[in-house]
Design a protein around this ligand. Structure first.
Ligand code: ASP
Length: 444
């Protein structure tokens, strides 16, 4: 179990976009002495038309290595940090760092090195502002030479280091291999650093501070002011994230989940709001029937019919082999007695269609194959669905009343989720019908 005296606080790019945001972050960090380790992103957008420093760094580096004019972009990047230094009256200068960065860009230090400098510089400023020690992520976050993250070695290095440093700022997004080359996680990867630091610090809580007050129960572009999710389990988060609800980087979840560290999504601009807690198990009284509704468009359903397939041993094995041969994974496999359908992302399917058809015909000798290219998947997630009767009835009657034709149903046996396939054009209609029937009937 983690240590209650230690919280790791990760702040996203918009939470650290300018001096005013830095001030909010300081107030948050100082209001709880348990916030001993802070992981910042690079400065993000200050308003909707603005640029993220990370994007500017990629652009600047591209120009530098192609012999184009990079100076103007480099100046724009620098101006972002200089403004923060000036407005906060910090005692640091970044002259030396910018000289090193420029030289490294011209020497072709690599895109990942370039992108990582946004977090690196921001962490130097934040450490100074908070009076915390700066720990370069290149020292503690380990990758192999091919850029694969090494979780156990990282944990070892972090543990050793953090034992000696009670309060520190550790930049997100990057680390280094043994030769000192910088590697980054994929975009949004400071979330991953935050989780990894929480593990290394033996923290009990990983706070992820962003610009929204947690996960919403449904996409706000489809549902006007949906309810917020107060708490959910890691399993529910995985289902929702998989179906397109995003707030956290996917790879940030695993280290926290494995160590039993809860994640708390909070809003830097509204710290009084309670956000969303993601934890291993909810107490029964916290379980609500529906945790969230999410979905994605553009799937294809490949349906295979063969007389007596149910009595042909190994039929499913061969079916799976046909997809495996073509290196494609699928989402669902609803089946009947003589038919089975495989549902997979349409674009990926179409890229490999010919080869998949060849494999299916060769391995299965089916009577018929049909492809439906117009499917959206909508999933309702909620562990509490297990213990409430009548949910399925409300679920299906709401879709019927909204005139949504259901093409496929797949209900996980653990009753954490129920997924339906509908026409792409019915996607939003289905989400609205389900939301108002299951979550806020009073607003229907
Ligand atoms: N700054 C990086 C990005 O924009 C990483 C992060 O913010 O988490 O993707």
């Amino acid at each position: 179990m983690g240590n209650t005296k230690i919280k790791v606080a990760k702040f996203g790019g918009s939470s650290l976009a300018d001096a005013a945001q830095f001030r909010k972050v300081k107030e948050i960090v100082e209001s709880d002495p348990a916030r001993r380790y802070v992981v910042p992103s690079a400065p993000g957008r200050r308003s909707s038309g603005d640029e993220k420093v990370t994007d500017l760094l990629y652009c600047c580096y591209g120009r530098a290595v192609n012999g184009e004019n990079y100076k103007e972009v480099l100046e724009r990047i620098r101006a972002r940090y200089e403004e923060i230094i000036r407005e906060l009256h910090l005692g640091v200068t970044l002259d030396r760092q910018f000289a090193v960065i420029e030289e490294a860009f011209l020497a072709g230090a690599g895109e990942e090195y370039a992108a990582s400098r946004g977090e690196y510089l921001n962490a130097i400023l934040l450490a100074d502002f908070l009076g915390y020690e700066f720990i370069d992520a290149a020292e503690v976050i380990r990758f192999d030479r091919d850029g694969k993250f090494q979780d156990e070695r990282t944990n070892f290095f972090l543990k050793e280091k953090l034992k000696k440093v009670p309060r520190a700022v550790i930049p997100g997004f990057y680390g280094a291999d043994d030769a000192g080359n910088i590697h980054t996680f994929s975009r949004g990867g400071s979330d991953v650093t935050g989780a990894v630091v929480a593990r290394g610090a033996g923290a009990q809580l990983y706070e992820n501070w962003t610009d929204v007050s947690g996960f919403l129960l449904a996409d706000p572009t489809i549902i006007d002011h949906p309810k917020k999710i107060d708490s959910m389990t890691f399993g529910e988060l995985r289902e929702l994230a998989y179906r397109g609800a995003t707030v956290l980087h996917e790879e940030a979840v695993y280290p926290a989940r494995r160590e039993g560290i809860s994640i708390h999504i909070r809003n830097t601009n509204a710290p009084e709001e309670n956000g969303t807690v993601i934890c291993q198990e909810l107490r029964p009284e916290q379980e609500v029937p529906i945790t969230g509704i999410a979905g994605r468009r553009n799937f294809a359903a490949v349906s295979i019919a063969k007389n007596c397939m149910n009595s042909e041993p190994g039929f499913c094995k061969k079916l799976l082999e046909a997809f495996e041969e073509n290196d494609i994974s699928f989402e669902h496999m609803p089946s009947g007695i003589d038919t089975v359908s495989v549902i997979l992302p349409k674009e990926e399917y179409e890229q490999k269609e010919e080869a998949i058809m060849e494999s299916l015909k060769r391995l299965l000798e089916p009577d018929k194959i049909e492809v439906d290219r117009d499917m959206a998947l909508v999933t309702v997630v909620g562990k509490g669905m297990r213990s409430v009767s009548g949910i399925a009835a409300t679920f299906f009657s709401s879709l019927g009343a909204a005139d949504v034709n259901i093409k496929m149903i797949d209900m996980g046996s653990n009753e954490v989720n129920c997924t339906i396939g509908v026409k792409n054009e019915d996607f939003e209609k289905a989400i609205r019908a389900l939301y108002y029937a299951l979550v806020e009937p009073e607003r229907a």
